[in-house]
Design a protein around this ligand. Structure first.
Ligand code: TYD
Length: 210
């Protein structure tokens, strides 16, 4: 059986990537494709518990500890969900993946890139996205949206409360990733209606979609 396809959705908080993941999943399912959707941090029972630790505003993990937690959850997700799905020919869509660690822990928290890259490689065990989409939206606009989300109070406050400069560094780091790996990483302009961004998403996935 042919290996499936792996597409990851990246961007700063409030950029609309989750909406786009759901639109793409339903687009593919309408065409008879078997789709597995997942998210990071999370996606497995272990990963969801790690997620609660990571997003708890009462805990202040050091950047390296944060990275270890993310990579532990990632290793479990790759082994239990992503690799088996790809081996059985499915389409896997993930809301964030290893590039989030490069952008957040590397770019914004300033851990050495080689450290993040090395742990990513260990956790991913050879699984690399066929295409990574970075949804690029004006930082202030995106954060305004993120703060209006109902999930905000209970969920990812710890990251959303970071200062504007932090999110600018994340966005800048994402752009660097796209420049470094243009064959895998595409930037999608995330301004406009969800339908407009969906059309751009489909265009950015030319050659990957059935
Ligand atoms: P989440 O509620 O999933 O936010 P979003 O909707 O923006 O994806 O919170 C996940 C947070 O974890 C988000 O602020 C980014 C952060 N994160 C990292 O810092 N590094 C990572 O490797 C991952 C996967 C997430």
């Amino acid at each position: 059986m042919a290996r499936g396809r792996f597409i990851t959705f990246e961007g700063i908080e409030g950029c609309g990537k989750t909406t786009q993941l759901l639109l793409l999943a339903s687009h593919l399912r309408h065409r008879g494709v078997t789709v597995v959707t997942t998210r990071e941090p999370g996606g497995t029972p272990l990963g969801e518990r790690v997620r609660n630790v990571l997003l708890d505003p009462q805990l202040s993990p050091r950047p390296l500890v944060e990275l270890f937690l993310l990579e532990a959850a990632r290793a479990q997700l790759v082994a239990d969900v992503i690799a088996p799905a790809l081996e059985s020919g499915k389409f896997v869509l993930s809301d964030r993946f290893a590039d989030s660690s490069l952008a957040y822990q590397g770019g914004a928290r300033r851990l050495p890139r080689a450290t993040v890259q090395g742990l990513n490689e260990l956790a991913c065990a050879g699984v690399v996205p066929d295409r990574t989409l970075i949804f690029d939206l004006d930082v202030e606009l995106a954060l305004g949206r993120a703060r209006e989300r109902p999930s905000t109070s209970a969920d990812n406050r710890r990251f959303e409360d970071e200062v504007l400069a932090f999110h600018r560094a994340v966005a800048e780091s994402y752009r660097g990733l796209a420049l470094a790996e243009p064959a895998r990483v595409a930037i999608v302009d995330a301004h406009g209606t969800p339908e407009e961004v969906h059309e751009r998403t489909l265009a950015a996935l030319a050659g990957v979609l059935p």
